[in-house]
Design a protein around this ligand. Structure first.
Ligand SMILES: *Cc1c(COP(=O)(O)O)cnc(C)c1O
Length: 394
């Protein structure tokens, strides 16, 4: 049996991918697929982008790793670029999204410790996904992620997403809350887009209550929603923002950015990582930022995202299995009336990779380099699938 030397954390995997180029990947039988999920929002520039490939190859020939005992020029340069883009003061680099969130959670706990709290609490959302390390799985809402690991840390309080009154109530009732951690658009939770003004209201509650506003932009960041960070659709700044996925285009990297008092909470020894921000990861990150700029990809994500959503709505509006299309930029969810996990296989059989999240939401995270003809292909494929699905289920 293939895969028996691997721990069984991913279930059966039906596809073996061996190479990629741009928007396409090929399997071990040389079948081609359009990658509508981009390695779960990672390969925003498409696969094997020449600028990233060249940066990685060059760095591999120059210096792959040194550890953080020494200053790393690419790390310093990437932090400066991220500060300029985000309005944040400084960055800690990690190797993944969960690790970036671990850094954010530790910042919040430090903030609480400085206030003299024995058990500082962080507000997290229903429907949230923050990763699978010990602290981040506790912050995650889904029981499948949380259950079976015994007693979890008690530092988290859960609140409904997109509900400002619930936050105000928590603020009034609890003295021990030090921060809120949330995704500006929920990804794994089913592409949850809050009402206009929600993010601004969260900022207000944080200001009134002395909470750090911490945004998990692991999925929404790096141009995905049509801004570099999703909070840039508003004019607020968070205190802490985390990102990962799209930052390395496939080279593992994560980042925890902070501003103001949050940026000064860590000192030498408070946090660290052997690999975090190593020369390889940071040279890839710099190539990604250069390419996002030179190929004007954030603007393209906004434009193509609007086009794709509109085309999908047009084709699906009269379908009895269709609820709505939602999202921002190239982070798009198509909600159906019933659970539809089988659509993943059927889309793959038609040469389109996508996934289904929260049971009944088809999730699309196509590359930021998407073109109009790609929107046509995705729309017609998804529409055919949903038509057939509606006929079976109704
Ligand atoms: C993917 C994701 C994570 C976890 O990232 P890993 O790199 O898998 O650890 C955390 N938060 C959000 C919002 C994500 O989408």
């Amino acid at each position: 049996m293939p895969g028996t030397a691997l721990m069984n954390t991913y279930g059966e995997r039906k596809l073996t991918l061996v190479r990629g180029k741009g928007h396409y990947v090929w399997d071990d039988r040389d079948q081609r697929y359009f990658d509508g999920i981009s390695g779960i929002g990672v390969c925003g520039l498409g696969h094997c982008h020449p600028a990233v490939a060249a940066a990685v190859a060059e760095q591999a020939k120059t210096l792959l790793h040194t550890s953080n005992l020494y200053l790393i020029p690419a790390q310093k340069a990437l932090a400066e670029r991220l500060s300029a883009i985000s309005g944040m003061d400084n960055t800690f680099f990690s190797n993944s999204g969960a690790e970036a969130n671990e850094a954010a959670i530790k910042l919040a706990l430090r903030h609480g410790h400085n206030r003299g709290l024995a058990l500082p609490r962080i507000v997290v959302m229903e429907g949230a996904f923050h990763g699978r390390t010990f602290a981040t799985l506790t912050a995650t809402a889904n029981a499948k992620v949380r259950d079976g690991f015994g007693a979890l840390p008690e530092n988290f309080i859960r609140a409904p997403f997109n509900d400002v009154a619930a936050l105000e109530k928590l603020a009034a009732e609890h003295e021990d809350i030090v921060a809120i951690l949330l995704e500006p658009i929920q990804g794994e939770g089913g592409i949850g887009v809050p009402d206009p003004g929600y993010i601004e209201s969260v900022r207000q509650v944080c200001d009134q209550s002395g909470w750090l506003m911490m945004l998990d932009e692991v999925q929404t960041g790096n141009g995905r929603t049509g801004r570099y960070f999703a909070y840039q659709h508003s004019n607020i700044l968070p205190d802490v923002v985390t990102t990962a996925k799209g930052l390395g285009n496939g080279v593992p990297i994560g980042a925890c950015l902070a501003r103001g008092q949050a940026a000064a909470l860590f000192g030498p020894g408070s946090h660290g990582s052997t690999y975090g921000g190593n020369p390889l990861a940071c040279s890839a990150g710099l190539a990604v930022l250069d390419t996002i700029e030179s190929e004007v990809l954030i603007e393209n994500a906004e434009k193509m995202g609007a086009l794709l959503a509109e085309k999908l709505r047009e084709k699906l509006v009269d379908n009895p299995a269709f609820v709505e299309v939602r999202g921002k930029g190239l982070m798009i969810g198509i909600e159906l009336t019933t659970p539809c996990p089988e659509l993943v296989d059927r889309a793959r059989e038609r040469g389109l990779l996508l996934n289904v999240t929260a049971g009944n939401v088809i999730r699309l995270l196509p590359p930021l380099t998407l073109k109009e003809q790609d929107c046509e292909f995705i729309t017609s494929t998804v529409a055919e699938l949903v038509v057939a699905f509606a006929e079976e289920t109704n």
